[in-house]
Design a protein around this ligand. Structure first.
Ligand code: AP5
Length: 188
């Protein structure tokens, strides 16, 4: 059983690796980005509120994602483990998660930081944007997402390092090499 948090710049490969690992471990991959994109697509009240923030490459307000995570982590399939991808995204969200896990008698086993240089992820995401039309995968918005990451999300590396749970994996390798390195890092 694993309870893992994935950190890393936009495009580091969090979603790709989290999906593979979750499938191999039979636990849910919980991506706040995927949940929000589905809400935008279905024009739910959550999606309507989130769309403008996402298109601009900004974080959506904490209140929108906190309730969603509180409910999702208490669904039956998440009792045996989970991988969080894209949450927490700032120090207040990490504080909320710590408190929630205490309340529901769970703890996070590891926080994985997927390390990839900015110029590598800009190239990956521009290519994805051209292929998929994802609205925040344009070069200006990608660079803004990187700036938001530096200001709001990167402090979580120190937050989780202080708690002794951080492992860093080189995400700038072929996908299967990243998967192998990741599995080795979380087995320690
Ligand atoms: P979110 O969906 O979390 O996006 P992100 O972190 O900005 O970036 P990605 O998910 O696109 O990157 P990834 O690291 O998962 O990489 P991936 O595997 O996809 O968030 C989107 C928006 O939602 C935010 O901007 C915000 O508005 C909102 N949001 C979400 N969570 C929130 C929260 N908690 N609080 C507030 N707002 C929130 O891979 C990227 C590309 O690279 C793919 O094309 C993939 O095929 C390719 N790739 C992956 N690995 C490799 C490799 N090893 N080599 C070559 N290519 C690779």
């Amino acid at each position: 059983m694993s309870r893992l948090i994935f950190l890393g710049v936009p495009g580091a490969g969090k979603g790709t690796q989290a999906a593979l690992l979750a499938e191999s471990q039979g636990i849910p991959h919980i991506s706040t980005g995927d949940i929000l994109r589905a809400a935008v697509k279905n024009q739910t009240p959550l999606g309507v509120q989130a769309k403008g923030f996402m298109d601009a490459g900004n974080l959506v307000p904490d209140s929108l994602v906190i309730d969603l995570i509180r409910e999702r982590l208490q669904e039956p399939d998440a009792l045996k483990g989970w991988i969080l991808d894209g949450f927490p995204r700032n120090v207040p969200q990490a504080g909320f998660l710590e408190q929630l896990l205490q309340e529901i008698n769970q703890s996070c086993d590891r926080t994985v930081n997927l390390d990839v240089a900015d110029e590598v992820v800009v190239k990956r995401l521009v290519e994805r944007g051209l292929a998929s039309g994802r609205s925040d995968d344009t070069e200006d918005t990608i660079r803004h997402r990187l700036q938001v990451y530096r200001e709001q999300t990167e402090p979580l590396i120190a937050f989780y390092r202080d708690r002794g749970a951080l492992v860093t994996v080189n995400g700038d390798q072929p996908m299967d090499a990243v998967t192998t390195a990741l599995k080795a890092a979380i087995a320690v």
